[in-house]
Design a binder for this molecule. Structure first.
Ligand code: X8Z
Ligand code: ZN
Length: 613
């Protein structure tokens, strides 16, 4: 959850519609539209909107922060405060008066400056997520979202009658070679699904109904429209990325089936059993690379503390010329796991927050000294430095978002990639200079992360949420469809058939609290390889597979130039300037070309089972 508010490009057909409950809105909008507006009028309105918007946004973010960092069973104090704050925010952002005025002004957009038009469009987009034309739906949705967060992060995972944390589940799936243990932990991680199902049945309807009130067909389409795209266009884009990387993914899939069967001393399975993989959802298989030798990154973290992980992330950004994080970041963030005896729980998934859309920036994590959290810390700090870069008077409050949502996700993940490359690690003393340089092992590790992630994000997750919101998939088919998608896109199957008494999709936090936008991450991975290639070749003049960004202010300047305008420029313009290309997986495929040849060699004589797309 990088940002609570992001820029919008409206689907043109929606700009002056007169759907049912909106008739009155449209009429008044017509009145505004028939009065001649001036840029000065509109500016006065935008300025007063921004003041009130910021006040309500901050109150909402502070309440959400408390609800996510301090979850006490049976205590409804936070829930009440969060509901009240979010209702006040919705009452303003989605108010009929604001919708009318915005539409009226947009009807005369040719008289306005481009940046005024962009702000109005962003405001209307936000209104559509909580329109006061359907106040009861919005109120019920706010209550249901708050309750869902509490269920999700207030849950206690149990293995053999003992409570375990998500970090413990993840570490078992990364490290254990005991197949029975792996299965017990994997199944424990899925046991939360049924708890979350009634909430998602309710929220699916409420999320759809809120955006339908302003004319969007469904919540998925609403989220996609933030890119100025239709759902068909987005699915075509995600499919194209998947088709482009499919040959490489097929080799990885085959390699993993044979290597893991060898490791567990069992026959090679047709599809990968989910509990064999080092991640709850099979979204990254990075840890399988350990079998292949190469730099032992665990050594880099031995003796290090969680604090060191976060500070070294900050240090990387500082070396590129970014400022030190404000002291308040460290004072107010919630960066580390709670002690085992803590009387309250917190959200265990990483996020970065821009609470006042100015300088109150915080991160919520549960950092431990390992490679996963090292990467995640860099990811979250990417969001934080993005927030800082566009928090300037030139960027209007309502345009303080990424060039698009994928850009926001890409910056920190790219720095995370750079922070794991050998020349950087050696330069920082995290890897001995005499450690054998094994480029193939490094590429394998990276592909098991970045390539493996694509069918999960652009395939399983995106297609499931599309089914959920756009196709209204019946709740008695959720689990069947989820596993059908996992098998088709990722080539993964559950350890044993899992009926509709389970709701395995819902165990993924984003489906609950960051809905309808998971393709952001898939696009961000394609984008980050495009940007990384550009940086390596044109700024660093280094091999993209062996870079050291550290201390290079040219890289910092490039990133700042890209981030500083926030959402005030069209993302396609930004993309052209920063990569010289359309969004595609060419850079990814080029990067991994040497690995592809090696995998083909390894897989000679082996049977591929991954289905065509
Ligand atoms: O959710 C995240 C970030 C927070 S924006 C930690 N990521 C996705 C995930 O964990 O599923 C980063 C990449 C994928
Ligand atoms: Zn993120």
């Amino acid at each position: 959850m990088p940002q609570l508010f992001s820029r919008a490009v409206l689907v043109p057909a929606l700009s002056l519609l007169t759907a049912g409950s909106c008739a009155q809105v449209a009429q008044t909008a017509a009145t505004v539209a028939s009065t001649v507006v001036t840029q000065a009028d509109v500016q006065a309105y935008l300025d007063s909107y921004a003041d009130e918007f910021q006040r309500l946004y901050y109150a909402s973010a502070l309440a959400e922060w408390a609800s996510n960092t301090h979850i006490v069973e049976g205590d409804s104090t936070n829930a009440r405060r969060t509901k009240a704050a979010n209702e006040a925010y919705a009452a303003f952002v989605g108010s009929v008066a604001n919708i009318e005025r915005i539409r009226g002004y947009l009807a005369q957009k040719d008289k306005l400056t481009p940046i005024q038009v962009r702000q109005l469009e962003a405001m209307l987009y936000a209104a559509a997520n909580q329109p006061q034309t359907v106040p009861d739906v919005v109120r019920r949705r706010i209550a249901a979202e708050t309750e869902q967060t509490e269920k999700l992060y207030g849950y206690t995972f149990m293995v053999n009658g003992k409570a375990v944390t998500p970090n413990q589940i993840d570490s078992t799936l990364r490290n254990s070679t005991n197949i029975a243990d792996r299965r017990a932990y994997w199944e424990a991680s899925k046991a939360i699904g049924p708890t979350l199902k009634p909430g998602i049945i309710n929220l699916r309807a409420l999320r759809n109904q809120t955006v339908q009130a302003l004319g969007y067909p469904d919540f998925f389409t609403y989220q996609v429209s933030d890119y100025g795209m239709t759902t068909d266009e987005m699915l075509r884009m995600t499919d194209n990325l998947l088709r482009q990387i499919r040959p490489l993914y097929r080799e990885l899939h085959t390699w993993a089936r044979y290597e893991l069967a060898k490791k567990y001393n069992v026959p090679v399975p047709e599809y990968l059993p989910a509990h064999w993989l080092p991640n709850r959802w099979g979204q990254s298989w990075e840890d399988l690379a350990r079998a292949e030798g190469g730099p032992n990154l665990d050594d880099a973290f031995r003796g290090k503390t969680a604090e060191w992980v976060v500070r070294s992330g900050e240090d990387f950004y500082k070396s590129l010329g970014f400022p030190a994080l404000p002291a308040s970041f460290y004072e107010r963030s919630s960066l580390y796991p709670l002690p085992a005896n803590s009387p309250f729980k917190k959200n265990t998934h990483a996020s970065a927050w821009h609470l006042d859309l100015e300088d109150d920036v915080r991160s919520l994590m549960s950092v431990e000294p390992n490679a996963d959290w090292f990467e995640t810390s860099h990811h979250e700090l990417g969001h934080i430095y993005y927030y800082i870069a566009y928090s300037r008077p030139e960027v209007p409050l309502v345009l303080r978002g990424g060039a698009n949502r994928a850009y926001h996700e890409a910056i920190g993940s790219m720095i995370g990639l750079a922070a794991m490359q050998r020349p950087f690690l050696v330069g920082r003393g995290l890897l001995s200079a005499d450690a054998r340089a094994d480029e193939r092992a490094q590429l394998l590790r990276e592909a098991l992360n970045y390539i493996v992630f694509m069918p999960w994000s652009a395939g399983t997750m995106t297609r499931f949420e599309h089914e959920l919101y756009a196709n209204n998939l019946s709740p008695d088919q959720w689990n069947a469809r989820w596993w059908e998608l996992a098998r088709r896109y990722q080539g993964i199957v559950p350890p044993a058939p899992r009926g509709e008494q389970f709701a395995d999709a819902l165990t993924k936090t984003h489906i609950n609290d960051d809905p309808g936008q998971y393709y952001d991450y898939a696009l961000s991975f394609a984008l980050l390889f495009q940007m990384h290639n550009h940086i390596a070749q044109n700024i660093l003049k280094q091999d993209p597979r062996n870079t050291n960004y550290y201390g290079n202010t040219g890289v910092g300047d490039f990133l700042r130039t890209l981030m500083a305008p926030g959402a005030s420029r069209p993302w396609r313009d930004v993309l052209r300037e920063t990569t010289g290309q359309e969004l595609n997986a060419n850079a990814m495929m080029e990067y991994f070309a040497p690995l592809y040849a090696w995998l083909q060699e390894q897989n000679r004589g082996r049977t591929h089972t991954l289905p065509e797309l």
